[in-house]
Design a protein around this ligand. Sequence first.
Ligand SMILES: *[C@@H]1O[C@H](CO)[C@@H](O)[C@H](O)[C@H]1NC(C)=O
Ligand SMILES: *[C@@H]1O[C@H](CO)[C@@H](O)[C@H](O)[C@H]1NC(C)=O
Length: 262
Amino acid sequence: MSQVGVQWCRVWVTMLLLLPSAPVEGGELCLMRSVLVSLQRVQAASFTKQESLDLPPGARPALYCSNKCTLRDWCQLWCAYPSNTPTHCLISNITVMPTYQETNLADALTCHTTKPKDLATHANIIAGKQDNMDPLRVKETLVDGFYNYNRDHCFYTVWSYKERWFTLDFGQPKCFQHVILYPQESSNDKICFNNVQVRVSNVTAVRPPEHFAAYDLFGEFPGAAPPGQVVEMKSPKPVCARFVTGHMLYNARFQVCHIEVF
Ligand SMILES: *[C@@H]1O[C@H](CO)[C@@H](O)[C@H](O)[C@H]1NC(C)=O
Ligand SMILES: *[C@@H]1O[C@H](CO)[C@@H](O)[C@H](O)[C@H]1NC(C)=O
């Protein structure tokens, strides 16, 4: 999916450069979406791949930075900074969803993300018990629209068959075709995403996770996910549902670092 997006971007940017007077900003033509992100948050993402580039004199920041991003297949976010008179581009592989809400507005930059608008960001979430030893690794990180490959941003459950699940609630039925899960970055975590099912429903499960068996199966991932794997599930036709659940059947703690539904 993101590969296809990147290809499109490359075509559009090339065309734009041939038309230097085109009034449209590169970011829009590239199907990238703008989002406010604090500079500190992007730069502090030590687990990410990123580059900071000097803008050549006379270069138009939006065109130059967006082009640099699309030429790197790992780039998912670019920002020109400082905001008022940019002298640099920051390009990064961190995941920032278009509806992400920056809390540190004093330091916020307008960045551009290759990610689609999705339903998981800001959805209500309930989930099995999270591990108290890891106070940051809570269910809320799955719906904040931000992931920087640091395991502190991963939802992580206790080791019990009753707790290896989460449910997103959109409030009313919403239609989507893709569910994308980011399991883990580290090989230490290899048994934390194994035999996972995604199911959908319009009714609340009275006793999760047993009741998930009555939900419609959207997709399943049988194997153990290797480090850095992204699990993409795509339905041939749009599916409409209020609830989306993720449930691990394998006997271990369940870890999910980021989820997208669109
Ligand atoms: C982002 O970069 C980090 C560090 O190189 C890497 O571990 C991670 O897999 C990358 N993610 C993507 C989606 O490119
Ligand atoms: C949920 O309800 C919508 C209409 O309200 C319907 O189109 C959809 O098929 C239902 N989904 C499920 C999983 O039952």
